[in-house]
Design a protein around this ligand. Structure first.
Ligand code: THU
Length: 140
């Protein structure tokens, strides 16, 4: 049977995030991060962190992947994989940026470079999140 367009293969998404991590630019922290985002229309976008000599200008891997997806016309996110050497968890800013394009039940796979991973929902990582719905006048 044909797979649905946004068929979720966690292992494959993690593999793509791991490959993106190899292209991370992290000469200051030496903490390379890779991310892969599966969009609702079945495409995968990846990114690695991009650091800068002006440290605060650093871009996280998740936000590089998401901005790339949005630039390509994608909007809804169906799943995210993040890979670091020690399966570090996504930062708070990235959780909020994921929330902009993903529902609370969206799976987030947090993996190490050996392929070991844990699965969380976005709601677990970012409970009671603020989103576009909160800007809706009818809800005020
Ligand atoms: N980093 C990410 O790319 N994603 C996260 O969710 C956490 C932190 C990067 C930023 C910086 O380049 C390095 O990891 C250390 O903070």
């Amino acid at each position: 049977m044909k797979k649905p367009k946004n068929f979720l293969d966690a292992t494959d998404l993690i593999r793509q995030a791991t490959e993106a991590r190899e292209r991370a630019y992290a000469p200051y922290s030496h903490y390379a991060v890779g991310a892969a985002v599966l969009t609702a229309d079945g495409r995968v976008f990846t990114g690695g962190n991009v650091e800068n000599a002006v440290y605060p200008l650093t871009l996280c891997a998740e936000r590089v992947a998401i901005t790339s997806a949005v630039a390509a016309g994608a909007r809804a996110i169906a799943a995210v994989a993040v890979v670091t050497e020690n399966a570090g968890t996504p930062c708070g800013s990235c959780r909020q940026v994921i929330r902009e394009f993903a529902a609370p039940e969206t799976p987030i796979f947090i993996a190490d470079t050996q392929g070991r991973y844990r699965e969380r929902t976005l709601a677990q990582l970012l409970p009671e999140s603020f989103s576009a719905a909160d800007l809706d006048d009818d809800k005020a």
